[in-house]
Design a protein around this ligand. Structure first.
Ligand code: HEC
Length: 96
């Protein structure tokens, strides 16, 4: 059996970043920094982000614009949610 200790609790930040840039960046901005009415989603603990995403996936409304997020969260697997949360926990947006 192979063990990959660099993956911590099984979450893969690199995969999370790829997934983020595919499906989330258009609304939440680079590295989850937030854009206009789309909330900042980086810098939160993994447990916070996973709880939010799983609730949206189940169709639970949380804020006034949950319909958008429910639609976005529906196709996510548990693994993708873990990876996204791991990436977003310390994703940073640097202005060059
Ligand atoms: C179409 C625009 C859009 C896309 C694409 C989108 N989001 Fe969101 N997201 C929102 C909006 C709007 C909210 C606030 C929803 C509400 O009012 O409940 C939100 C809320 C969230 C929250 C909760 C923030 C908080 O602290 O309450 C998380 C976490 C989140 N999004 C993650 C993601 C991830 C991960 C993806 C990619 C899989 C993604 N979002 C894609 C628009 C979007």
């Amino acid at each position: 059996m192979l063990i990959f200790p660099e993956h911590g609790f099984g979450a893969d930040k690199a995969l999370g970043e790829i997934r983020y840039n595919k499906s989330c960046v258009n609304c939440h901005g680079p590295a989850g920094k937030g854009v206009a009415s789309y909330p900042k989603i980086s810098g939160n603990e993994v447990s916070y982000t996973t709880t939010k995403l799983k609730a949206y996936r189940e169709g639970v409304k949380q804020g006034p614009n949950s319909a958008l997020m429910i639609m976005m969260a529906k196709p996510l697997t548990d693994e993708e949610i873990e990876n996204l949360a791991a990436y977003l926990e310390d994703a940073k947006y640097e202005v060059e």
